[in-house]
Design a protein around this ligand. Structure first.
Ligand code: DGL
Length: 264
């Protein structure tokens, strides 16, 4: 197969990265995709760096064996601590996802932005470097997401419990008068409707489309854009998360082929 028509590999600690996959399918319809959801080890955001690197390496090796032409790390936590090293280790191009802190800083009218992210992302040097670029006149409130990833993995994205968990995660932002909230974890866009209901005064920044565009930019630059008319989308997983069917339905990805469970 010509390199151009090889699949894009996408990985996340679980189903969160489907929020980006959906945008890729929309703007790059000729691309085949292999998505790996490591729901067995989810959440990554509370794990040690050594652990994150060890499990991520296994998933990357899996995607490389599947002949992926580009790998998208659809996880802020992995990107924030590992992407630079990965770029030095493998020849395949990598695209990652980071909290859109500078976008929020540009958009804020009140001069108060909130970043909702996992512990790993919020404590990473990559995030600190970006945060340092924000004007000192803007307050940056950081909240470590609690219970949100679990809600998404279990498909409980709209019920009463989801509202309670979301409210407790946004309480501090509400108190501080934040008007822009950065969704710093790829699972969070699935809770955007509930977030908007609970905090209509806030704008929630979802980077999914920008990341999908970045994938297109890199493929164009590397002369790897697919010309294939019948692309495939496959989903592999390490544990079948309860929310899988619902999330695939929510994203409109009904044609994706759910493959067998993979054990490393
Ligand atoms: N979806 C991931 C992220 O963007 C990680 C969630 C987790 O496993 O903690 O950070």
């Amino acid at each position: 197969m010509h390199s151009k028509n090889k699949p894009i590999g996408i990985l996340d600690s679980g189903l969160g990265g489907l929020s980006i996959l959906k945008e890729i399918v929309e703007i790059l319809p000729n691309e085949s995709i292999i998505y790996f959801a490591d729901s067995k080890n989810c959440p990554y955001g509370e794990k040690s760096l050594t652990e994150i690197k060890k499990i991520t390496t296994k998933v990357i090796e899996f995607l490389i064996k599947k002949d992926c032409k580009l790998i998208l790390i659809a996880c802020n936590s992995i990107t924030s601590v590992f992407i630079d090293e990965l770029r030095g280790l493998y020849e395949v191009p990598f695209v990652g996802v980071e909290p859109a802190t500078l976008v929020a800083a540009k958009e804020t009218r009140k001069g108060k932005i909130g970043v909702l992210a996992t512990k790993t992302t919020a404590q990473s040097n990559l995030f600190k470097q970006t945060k340092n670029k924000v004007s000192p006149r803007i307050d940056v409130e950081i909240e470590i997401g609690k219970g949100l990833v679990e809600l998404v993995e279990e498909g409980r994205i709209k019920n009463k419990e989801a509202r309670g968990v979301v409210l407790s995660n946004l309480k501090n932002f509400k108190r501080k008068g934040v008007d822009q909230v950065v969704l710093g974890c790829t699972h969070y866009p699935f809770l955007k409707d509930v977030m908007k209901e609970i905090a209509p005064e806030m704008n929630f920044i979802d980077p999914s489309l920008a990341v999908a565009r970045q994938v297109g930019i890199i493929l164009t630059k590397e002369n790897l854009l697919s010309t294939y008319k019948k692309p495939f989308w496959k989903l592999y997983f390490s544990k079948k998360a309860k929310g899988m069917e619902l999330l695939l339905k929510t994203t409109g990805l009904k044609e994706i082929k759910v493959r067998e469970r993979v054990i490393f």
